[in-house]
Design a binder for this molecule. Structure first.
Ligand SMILES: [Zn+2]
Length: 292
């Protein structure tokens, strides 16, 4: 059996799967209610063992919110794990609890792996997965392998600088994609939750529609830069934006298709993710299988 864990700031889920990736069962809990790293690890082991029903768990994969260091298995300082201290050695803690090897990766990277193995990118060799929700992140599959970079931070599309004179980003840079288009930035600019802005745009409110168009055009610019850098066959958009796909699809593709630099037939297809809420669990299981 394989265990997969999808750790988020709001919710944590655990899955047990067969060696071929077929899901046996899942469990979930609210992260803040587990009281920190030790409580989360104990909860994950207890539920994985219950779901495995006596079968041995051979390997564990876990997706964590960034920034993390996949090589050391340490969470650096994830801003959305409220109350967790910096520098949690999560891989070591899980290996001790499970008595099995644990493979830790950034959640956006594992979402890319999940869509590559079991979602919209099946059968391809080069793709980028971009998650657009409260934040913006990405994962890269290059030549059939997850590419995480020298320090585990490849694919930080959210902090690609689109205009050095642009608005300040929480990361300290100016003019990042996130500073224009993250759910948090949209909410701050509009004075109401991003979800409401998208709903109003959908209902025909011209002011909300203009905000959404501008955000989507800026993300489209980031996708153009991404395509110029790694030339993927496909760019898969996941996260909350998939619920408003018809609103943004055209704006996202426009910079790529109108760029005179490369003809449109040699550009990546831009598509919506297929795996929905399970993407993190599927990615964690596939990562454990890949590293087994
Ligand atoms: Zn930034």
């Amino acid at each position: 059996m394989i265990a997969g864990i999808d750790l988020g700031g709001t919710q944590v889920r655990v899955a047990v799967a067969a060696g071929d990736g077929r899901m046996i069962g899942t469990a979930k809990a609210r992260t803040p209610e587990l009281g920190g790293p030790a409580g989360m690890v104990a909860w994950a082991r207890e539920n994985a063992e219950r779901l495995a029903a006596g079968a041995r768990i051979e390997a564990v994969g876990i997706g964590v919110p960034g920034p993390s260091d996949p090589r050391s298995g340490v969470l650096v300082n994830p801003p959305n794990l409220v109350g967790w201290p910096p520098g949690v050695p999560l891989r070591a803690m899980l290996e001790e609890a499970f008595g099995a090897p644990v493979h830790l990766e950034n959640d956006a990277n594992l979402a890319a792996l999940a869509e590559f193995k079991r979602g919209a990118g099946r059968g391809l060799h080069n793709l980028a997965y971009v998650t657009w929700s409260t934040g913006i992140g990405a994962g890269l599959i290059l030549d059939g392998r997850l590419y995480s970079g020298a320090h585990g931070s490849a694919g930080e599309v959210g902090h690609m600088v689109l205009d050095p004179g642009g608005p300040e980003c929480f990361c300290g840079q100016r003019g990042c994609t996130e500073a224009y288009a993250s759910g948090n930035s949209i909410a701050r600019g509009a004075g109401r939750p991003a979800r409401e802005v998208f709903a109003a745009a959908q209902a025909g409110d011209p002011e909300a529609a203009a905000i959404v168009e501008h955000a989507a055009r800026m993300v489209g610019l980031a996708l153009l830069n991404l395509a110029n850098l790694v030339d993927p066959e496909m760019i898969i958009l996941g996260g909350g934006i998939t619920e408003s796909w018809s609103l943004v699809e055209g704006w996202l593709s426009e910079p790529l298709l109108s760029s005179p630099f490369v003809t449109p037939n040699r550009r990546p297809r831009i598509v919506r993710a297929e795996l929905g809420a399970d993407v993190g669990l599927v990615g964690a299981v596939e990562w454990a299988i890949e590293n087994r």
